[in-house]
Design a protein around this ligand. Structure first.
Ligand code: OKS
Ligand code: ZN
Length: 347
C-alpha cells in the first residue's frame, strides 16, 4: 500500500463557517490528516510518498477550466477588494437560484463566488488552492501507482480538503477539487476500461455523481444518510440512476439517520454487487469515516472495529484500488478508523 500524503494540506485552514446565523469554528481541520498519518505510522501501514506536480490537463478534463481559473485567482481577487480581507476567509453570500441567469459573467467578486459554490459552510482561504491542488496530485499519483506494472494493489490519497462534494464547476461541503473523480479519470486514462467509485462517507457524494452522471465508463455508488434529512439535501435520492450514456451507472443507497453497522453493511453489499455486475476493472473508494458513532455532525452508528470489516468487504472485489480521504470529524478517532479500513483491506 502506497500512501500519497499532501505535504501542504495545512495551508487550507478555514477560520469560520456559517452555521445557524453565526460564524463557528470549522470542523474540517488540519489535525484530521495528522491523526491519520500518526495512526498509519504507529501500525506500520503503507509506505509514504509525496505527490509529484499536478497534471493540469487531466484536472481540466474533470473540472471546467473557468472554475479552475476562479479557484487559482480567488484569494488575490478577495484581498484586492480590501487588504483587510486577508484576516477573513471567503464565504459565499449570494447564489443564482431558479429564474436567474447562469450564462452571464458578473465581475463582482461575491457574484463570482456564488456562481461557483453551493453553500456557506465552506471557507476558501489563502492556501486553499495550493492545498487542493497538491491533494489532486496525490489522487492522480495514487491511481497511476496502482495501474503501473509491478505497482501495489492499493494506494491512498491522504489529503484534505476532501473532494466528493466538488462538482465540475463548483465547491461546497468543505470540497474544492474532486479527488475521487480525479483518481477515477486517471485510472481510465491509464487503461482501466471501466471504473467504479464507491463512496462510503456519511454524506452523499453529489460532486462525483454529477461529474460522471452522463458517462457509461464510470459507475458511481454512494451509501449515505437519507438526503431528506441529511446534507446535501438536494441530491442523493435512490431514483437518480444516471442519464444518457450513463443510464443505470449511478446507484444511491440512502439510509435513515441512526442506521447501525448491520443495516449499513447490507447497503454496502448491494453497492458491491452493482460494482461486480458493472464489470469494473478498478475501484476508487471515497473514504469518509463520519459514519462513526462518535462523529459530531453525522448520525450513523459504526464502531471503530467495524471499519476492519469495511476494509475486508472492499477487498473482496479483488480490484486495484485508490482510497481518498473524505469526511470524519471525531478527530482523534479518524486516524484509528481509517487505519482499520486499510488494515482490513490488506488482510
Ligand atoms: C453545514 C454542515 C455541512 C456539512 C458538510 C459535510 C461535509 C462532509 N454547516 N461531507 O462528506 O463531511
Ligand atoms: Zn461527510
Amino acid at each position: 500500500m502506497l500512501i500519497f500524503h499532501n505535504p501542504v494540506h495545512h495551508k487550507h485552514a478555514g477560520r469560520h463557517e456559517m452555521f445557524r446565523g453565526r460564524l463557528v469554528p470549522c470542523h474540517e481541520t488540519p489535525a484530521r490528516q495528522e491523526y491519520v498519518l500518526q495512526a498509519l505510522r504507529q501500525r506500520g501501514i503503507g509506505e509514504l510518498r509525496a505527490p509529484s506536480a499536478p497534471d493540469m490537463d487531466l484536472i481540466g478534463r474533470v473540472h471546467a477550466p473557468r472554475y479552475l481559473d476562479f479557484l487559482a485567482g480567488a484569494w488575490q481577487e478577495w484581498i484586492a477588494l480590501d487588504p483587510a480581507n486577508a484576516e477573513f476567509d471567503v464565504l459565499p453570500s449570494i447564489w443564482p437560484v431558479r429564474g436567474f441567469r447562469h450564462d452571464v459573467s458578473p465581475t463582482n467578486f461575491a457574484a463570482r463566488v456564488g456562481l461557483f459554490s453551493f453553500d456557506s459552510g465552506c471557507p476558501l482561504t489563502a492556501g486553499t488552492w495550493e492545498a487542493a491542488l497538491a491533494g489532486a496530485a496525490c489522487a492522480i499519483d495514487a491511481a497511476r501507482a496502482v495501474t503501473a506494472a509491478g505497482g501495489p494493489r492499493a494506494a491512498m490519497a491522504l489529503t484534505r480538503p476532501p473532494g466528493h462534494h466538488a462538482g465540475p464547476d463548483f465547491f461546497g461541503g468543505y470540497c474544492f477539487l474532486n479527488n475521487a473523480a480525479l483518481a477515477a479519470q486517471a485510472l481510465r486514462e491509464a487503461g482501466a476500461a471501466r471504473v467504479a467509485v464507491v463512496d462510503v462517507d456519511y454524506h452523499h457524494g453529489n460532486g462525483t455523481q454529477t461529474i460522471f452522471y452522463e458517462r457509461g465508463d464510470v459507475l458511481t455508488v454512494s451509501v449515505h444518510g437519507d438526503p431528506t434529512t441529511e446534507y446535501p439535501f438536494y441530491l442523493g435520492y435512490a431514483d437518480e440512476r444516471g442519464q444518457g450514456a450513463g443510464a443505470q451507472c449511478n446507484l444511491n443507497l440512502p439510509l435513515p439517520a441512526g442506521t447501525g453497522f448491520a443495516g449499513w453493511t447490507q447497503a454496502l453489499q448491494q453497492g458491491l454487487d452493482a460494482v461486480r455486475a458493472f464489470g469494473a476493472d478498478a475501484l476508487v473508494v471515497a473514504l469518509g469515516v463520519d459514519t462513526y458513532e462518535g462523529d459530531p455532525i453525522s448520525r450513523f452508528k459504526l464502531r471503530s472495529e467495524d471499519y476492519l470489516e469495511v476494509g475486508r468487504l472492499l477487498a473482496g472485489l479483488g480490484l486495484p484500488a485508490v482510497f481518498t480521504l473524505e469526511g470524519g470529524y471525531a478527530v482523534a478517532e479518524v486516524g484509528v478508523n481509517v487505519a482499520n479500513v486499510l488494515q482490513g483491506y490488506a488482510g
